[in-house]
Design a binder for this molecule. Structure first.
Ligand code: PLP
Length: 399
């Protein structure tokens, strides 16, 4: 009851503040990003000019098909893959589901190796696949800072050659990065297939997927300044996944349903921008993250960073635990009242808040409220200062 009241209050205040033009500092870019105006333009133009269904054989349909295939070719070139290896989906959740279910039906996979830190878009389908298809799911142990223990992975692979390994490229809560090439070599040595949820990394780096040695990947446009509701799966040539959605011959019979043409055009444009401006954006965002770390260390030395924040970590995500003097339920509403949007990374399992399965698996202190801060190209150093000031006020008020 207390939670829902405080959330309601938070919502009302946020709406009022938005109406009053109060400052908004958006630091939740791992959840979703603001669309790039050039993406909006590309989508708007397509909406105005293209009316046909890409599957229709008349001129309007063929015009739409040309645009669709142009977007596929452009994305394939950016990702170093062949156009036939890309299947458009509604986003990362669908792509992960389609790959995992499709591998278990089509490839007759009987063992899947994953980690307890995966996104629910992987963990939940694996739970269902295990229950419905009898596939055995093995969880790799974690080492310090929450990286998967590769010796343990080797051991499970030795016991179950030919398994499917599903490990995310960057963790969406801590930003921890997977050494994908090392994992891929281990997989190849044991005849295993390698799926990686790349939702947090596609569009963050100039990415050649085959160079990473990945057989299946999932990506999502709204994480890199593209539209919500558009994503893709990469299925390496020679690997087969049984279609997850049936009822039409679209996407070379791999995903039925009329394609989200405008979303796909926006996604291709967003990936173009991400690749062209990649290094510049990376430097800007990485500088914001390190400025935030330095400021927090100076002003709130009692804060703890979760995961491998200083080394093998995505340049855009920071996860931290606050001193236990602050009521975990109050952190997001209080920051929200100051106009700051961040995510809770709480490990707290009290009441209806089940907390973060990631932090729990990493044995992070459950009594300390945690936060995920995630930056984008639209953030500024001034916003980082504003956030740190708001957090300092919150903590000094809690003492
Ligand atoms: N995988 C990861 C790592 C994510 O962070 C997310 C979204 O937060 C998803 C999958 C789901 O992607 P989508 O929102 O496109 O369904």
């Amino acid at each position: 009851m207390i939670v829902s009241l405080s959330l309601l209050l938070h919502w009302e205040l946020s709406v009022n503040f938005a109406g009053m033009g109060k400052r908004e500092v958006y630091l939740d870019n791992a959840a979703t990003t603001r669309m790039d105006p050039a993406v909006l333009d590309a989508m708007h133009q397509c909406m105005q000019q293209i009316h046909g269904n890409p599957s229709s054989i008349h001129a309007s349909g063929q015009q739409a098909a040309v645009v669709l295939e142009g977007a596929r070719r452009s994305m394939a070139r950016r990702l170093g893959v062949s156009p036939a290896e890309l299947v458009f989906t509604s986003g990362g959740t669908e792509a992960n589901n389609a790959i995992l279910w499709g591998c278990c039906y089509g490839q007759k996979v009987r063992h899947i190796i994953t980690s307890p830190l995966e996104h629910p878009a992987v963990l939940k389908p694996l739970e269902l696949i295990s229950a419905r298809l009898g596939v055995k799911v093995h969880f790799v142990r974690l080492i310090q800072d929450g990286h998967p223990d590769l010796d343990h992975l080797r051991k499970i692979l030795t016991d179950h050659p030919g398994a499917l390994v599903s490990l995310m490229h960057a963790n969406n809560e801590t930003g921890n990065l997977l050494p994908a090439k090392t994992v891929s070599r281990l997989c190849k040595a044991h005849g295993a297939l390698f799926h990686s949820d790349m939702v947090q990394t596609i569009g963050k780096f100039v990415m050649d997927i085959p160079q990473q040695g990945i057989d299946f990947a999932a990506g999502s446009a709204h994480k890199f300044h593209g539209p919500k509701g558009a994503g893709f799966m990469y299925v390496r040539a020679g690997c087969f996944v049984e279609p997850f959605i049936s009822g039409g011959g679209q996407e070379r019979n791999q995903r039925a349903g009329t394609e989200n043409l405008y979303g796909i055009v926006g996604m291709a444009k967003a990936l173009d921008i991400a690749c062209e401006k990649g290094e510049e954006v990376k430097q800007h965002v990485a500088a914001l993250k390190s400025a935030c770390v330095i400021l927090l260390q100076e002003r709130l030395p009692e804060i703890r960073f979760n995961g491998d924040a200083h080394k093998h970590s995505l340049f855009s995500i920071l996860n931290l635990s606050l001193p236990a003097v602050v009521d975990p339920e109050m952190v997001l509403p209080a920051l929200g009242m100051a106009g700051v949007a961040v995510s809770s990374g709480s490990a707290c399992a009290s009441g209806s808040n089940r907390g973060s399965h990631v932090l729990r698996a990493m044995a992070v202190d459950e009594n300390a409220p945690s936060l995920r801060i995630s930056f984008s190209k639209y953030n500024t150093p001034d916003e980082v200062h504003y956030f740190v000031d708001a957090l300092c006020n919150l903590i000094s008020g809690g003492k």
